[in-house]
Design a protein around this ligand. Structure first.
Ligand code: OGA
Ligand code: MN
Length: 212
């Protein structure tokens, strides 16, 4: 089952650079991840990085985050094992040299959004492949919170509603994207395969070179 998913994602990354997969893994998994997300007491305001530091700017993004961690065979481990498998598959087939995967639960409260951005700076060695996995049951037209994806020339590509068990994967430095204001609580897991071990927010190139 996982192998089929991995090969579908791999083919799409080669051909289009992105893929949207409804009913990607299982309803059970997205349901269990949602109940875990709902139990999190301490979501933190997410930051953004500009020239050299990380700060919070509520005009750019208004999501709150909590990093995933292995939970001894629990649902986070299940999800992280799946992405570990994808990491190995991508490395074997595409020689991407991915060394690390980081992921956080994200909560967008009513009216929250995330302005158009790239997850990595072009040609930088940090975030390489982005995953977004949605957890929302019964999302309806009019609830807002759609992910809008643009191409390298900033032309509109597609819109994704954040339905439970929908998985989106794209090359982190190629696709500007935004989250439209949501009309109700919106749960997701955003994750990034990296070629370094630095967890956190994308760093500017200057900072990265000094890390090496
Ligand atoms: C992000 C992001 C998209 C989404 O966290 O960088 O773009 O649909 N998330 O939640
Ligand atoms: Mn993003």
């Amino acid at each position: 089952m996982a192998q089929e998913l991995y090969s579908k994602i791999t083919d799409a990354l080669v051909e289009d650079g992105y893929i949207i997969i409804p009913h990607a893994i299982s309803k059970e998994l997205s349901k269990n991840l949602l109940s875990t997300a709902k139990k999190i007491k301490r979501f933190k305001r997410a930051g953004i990085s500009n020239a050299s530091n990380v700060h919070i700017d509520s005009n750019v993004r208004r999501d709150k985050i909590h990093w995933l961690d292995y939970d001894n065979g629990g649902v986070q481990s299940e999800f992280l094992d799946l992405t570990k498998g994808l990491q190995q598959y991508l490395n074997r087939e595409l020689f991407l040299g991915l060394t690390y995967y980081e992921a956080h639960f994200a909560l967008y409260e009513e009216d929250a959004f995330y302005e158009t951005h790239l997850d990595a700076f072009a040609g930088s060695r940090n975030r390489t492949v982005t995953t977004v996995y949605y957890l929302n049951e019964n999302w309806e037209q009019g609830d807002g919170g759609e992910l809008v994806i643009y191409d390298e020339n900033n032309s509109y590509l597609t819109t994704v509603a954040p339905h439970a068990d929908t998985l989106v994967v794209f090359l982190s430095d190629k696709f500007p994207h935004e989250v439209l204001p949501t009309k109700k609580k919106r749960h997701s897991i955003a994750g990034w395969f990296r070629v370094d071990k630095r967890a956190g927010i994308p760093l500017p190139l200057e900072a990265l070179t000094s890390l090496d």
